[in-house]
Design a protein around this ligand. Structure first.
Ligand SMILES: [Zn+2]
Length: 156
């Protein structure tokens, strides 16, 4: 609207210097209008609403981070307990840069945590043992009267 007025005025001015100044003003107005359309006006209410929404999202993310951090610590504790059940370093000897073992802490290289062993390892050994005959070499034992003619085991 202001541009129409200035354009109309431009037609009436004869002085070339004044015309140039007015022409520059018209260009400035056009540029201003172009920038305004690129950045639409925002109301105070919309700005407040946007900030509230951002704060809600941040609050939700913060709660997620706290929950994940708690879960991470639970997993790290469990991981350390299982490593102790195997008599291994927490890195299981897989990390040559480990500050505790320099990669030498594979299972069986540290004292066992008996409680952890009984919780996590022993049940597996029991389960695997169910399918193994009680004593596969029983028939070769010397004290077995049925097999007195069998040769004794090499190591006795
Ligand atoms: Zn280690």
């Amino acid at each position: 609207m202001e541009n129409d007025y200035l354009s109309n005025l431009l037609g009436q001015i004869k002085n070339p210097e004044m015309k140039n100044v007015l022409q520059m003003m018209i260009e400035q107005q056009k540029q201003k209008a172009k920038n305004a359309s690129r950045f639409p006006a925002i109301t105070k209410e919309k700005a407040i609403n946007d900030v509230k929404q951002c704060l809600e999202k941040i609050k939700g993310l913060r709660e997620d981070v706290i929950q994940l951090n708690g879960r991470l610590h639970e997993m790290l504790d469990l991981q350390a307990t299982i490593a102790s059940a195997l008599g291994a370093c927490n890195c299981y000897g897989l990390n040559p840069f480990c500050d505790n073992c320099y990669g030498s802490g594979k299972p069986g290289t540290k004292p066992l945590n008996e409680e952890a062993f009984n919780t996590f390892v022993y049940p597996l050994i029991q389960k695997l043992s169910e399918n193994i005959p009680e004593d596969p070499l029983k028939e070769f034992r010397i004290e077995n009267p049925q097999n007195k003619n069998q040769p004794p085991p090499a190591n006795s």
